[in-house]
Write a protein of this length. Structure first.
Length: 273
């Protein structure tokens, strides 16, 4: 089962999240039949979306992340909510370098009328480097990120997850160095890190913890539904929908996140109204 382990380490001066999102990423790959390159980017962004969603303070909160590759060579989008329902899709192959592209994050905290929008230029093809740059530049939070996705020869995700650490205000240098040593040791343990969240936490960070560990459980789940689609179509208007039916035979609404088509013929359009 996918999970996020959250706690404070180093005398409560640094927040730690250990993430495991293998099933979540595999579900996305199965739905979208992505290329290996797009799967890796989508997997990293899904894992990060789960991480940011786990820190939302309101049950109405949500976050969306979009990576646009250089020269328009595709884009990857991910959305997540406070219930840790995560979903995403790749538009295009994203087969070439991401450098020169951009990451945009839109976060609704559920308390204000305006969302927080942050963006940064992509300076590396590594998703961990991209996220470190984003948190440092757009949110001014010193952050260490080590996320990875691994696939077998058949394209099945065998591991997605990693570690995210963020400095809290007034963190002391001694504690920063302790956390940094543990983080670097984890990054260097390539053979061991593709395991599970509990093993990673126990092996590399448990000795630094001084707070209870909270376990959260993200999953791939789209929030589309027949009811929502009917509401969207109702806003278009009966006359316009019937016109589309006359021209095309039906009205089709495609959900990118779950790759599902909602199809309405003339009779079903009439039923909406």
């Amino acid at each position: 089962m996918d999970k996020i382990l959250r706690t404070l380490i180093c005398d409560g001066q640094i927040s730690l999240s250990v993430l495991e999102a293998t099933s979540l990423v595999q579900r996305a790959v199965e739905i979208h039949k992505t290329t290996p390159e797009a799967s890796a980017i989508l997997g990293g962004l899904l894992t990060c979306g789960a991480y940011i969603a786990s820190s939302l303070k309101s049950e109405r909160g949500s976050v969306s992340l979009t990576v646009k590759a250089k020269d328009g060579d595709g884009a990857v989008s991910v959305s997540a909510d406070a219930d840790l329902h995560v979903r995403g899709y790749a538009d295009g192959t994203c087969s070439h370098t991401l450098k020169g592209g951009a990451l945009t994050v839109v976060r609704e905290d559920g308390f204000s009328t305006r969302p927080f929008v942050g963006t940064c230029e992509i300076l590396s093809d590594d998703i961990s480097d991209i996220l470190e740059t984003y948190f440092g530049q757009s949110e001014q939070i010193p952050t260490a990120v080590a996320l990875s996705t691994e696939f077998d020869k058949n394209g099945k995700c065998v591991w997605a997850g990693g570690v995210v650490m963020q400095l809290l205000p007034d963190a002391q240098q001694e504690q920063i160095e302790l956390a940094g040593d543990a983080f670097n040791t984890y990054k260097a343990g390539a053979a061991e890190k593709f395991s599970n969240a509990e093993n990673i936490y126990n092996e590399y960070f448990k000795q630094l913890a001084n707070d209870e560990v909270t376990a959260l459980f993200p999953e791939y789940r789209c929030n589309c539904s027949e009811e929502k689609i009917r509401g969207v179509l109702a806003s278009v208007g009966k006359a316009e929908l019937l016109k589309i039916c006359e021209e095309l035979g039906e009205v089709k609404v495609h959900c990118h996140y779950c790759n599902k088509d909602y199809i309405y013929d003339k009779k079903r359009v009439e039923e909406i109204f």
